[in-house]
Design a protein around this ligand. Structure first.
Ligand SMILES: [Mn+2]
Length: 265
């Protein structure tokens, strides 16, 4: 069963359809895993979600910051101009129920025994894979048991440093921030959620620079369009090639690590 991991679609439905044509997508055989940010900014967010619901048996998603924002808007009955077609859709509740069960990370293996971890922003070096799995589960439990509490308390850039001592909703907020918003981080694991570019003098660096290379272990992530997918690290593969900004929609086939790209229309 071929598995494709697709970078940030952000409402670029037409490019998504071209990509599926290119990979000869067959919903009976193939799996699509979206690296988050399915919606917002681009022209056809509603169409992207409708496609996902229609094909939900063959689709998995890790949530991105925009997807969580949409869940918040629906749950708290808020308005948003760009997302109005979704918020006014008769399927709004269905989209919500589908998205709210989605994780912050997904793991896959191919038949060469190469392991892939998929998340929207990445997994910081201060967490090992067991930490990441456990914290993803904590998030899933929290959003299941008290979605209102999570949505009302998830905004903010602080605390900006992970600690096992964090409790309650600030703990969940920090987990969400690392998995869905992280770009720059320090050796100690402090995140800067405001700036997008690291200066040479800064102790903040792109998160993946601190991640050790491990043989046959790959991280796939989206979120950071300005990188154009380039990390200079073989095992860390950026999938957000900025389709919504005039770049490309990018995907990787896990089975053979082949890359597929569609130029933005
Ligand atoms: Mn994002």
């Amino acid at each position: 069963m071929p598995s494709y991991v697709i970078g940030d679609v952000q409402g670029c439905f037409d490019e998504l359809m071209l990509l599926l044509e290119k990979i000869n997508f067959n919903s009976k055989n193939d799996e699509l895993i979206f690296a988050g940010d399915l919606i917002n900014r681009g022209p056809k967010s509603l169409e992207v979600l409708e496609f996902c619901l229609k094909n939900k048996k063959s689709i998995e998603v890790v949530l991105g910051n925009h997807d969580i924002y949409l869940l918040y808007l629906i749950h708290q009955n808020k308005k948003n101009f760009q997302l109005a077609p979704i918020l006014e859709s008769k399927n709004k509740k269905k989209f919500f129920n589908w998205l709210i069960e989605k994780p912050l990370m997904i793991e896959r293996k191919n038949n060469k025994n190469e392991k892939f971890v998929i998340s929207h922003a990445g997994i910081p070096h201060i967490w090992d894979i067991e930490d990441a799995r456990r914290l993803n589960k904590e998030y899933l439990n929290a959003i299941k048991n008290n979605p209102g509490g999570v949505f009302r308390n998830m905004w903010g850039d602080h605390p900006d440093l992970w600690s096992e001592n964090l409790k309650g909703f600030s703990r969940i907020r920090v987990i969400i921030n690392y998995f869905t918003r992280m770009r720059l981080i320090t050796q100690k694991g402090k995140v800067d959620l405001k700036t997008k570019i690291s200066s040479r003098s800064s102790k903040y660096k792109p998160w993946f620079e601190f991640v050790k290379n491990e043989k046959d272990k790959y991280q796939l992530f989206g979120h950071w369009a300005a990188l154009k997918g380039k990390t200079k690290k073989r095992n860390i593969i950026g999938l957000d090639a900025g389709c919504v900004w005039g770049g490309h929609l990018k995907a990787i086939r896990i089975n053979d690590r082949k890359i597929f790209k569609i130029k933005s229309l």
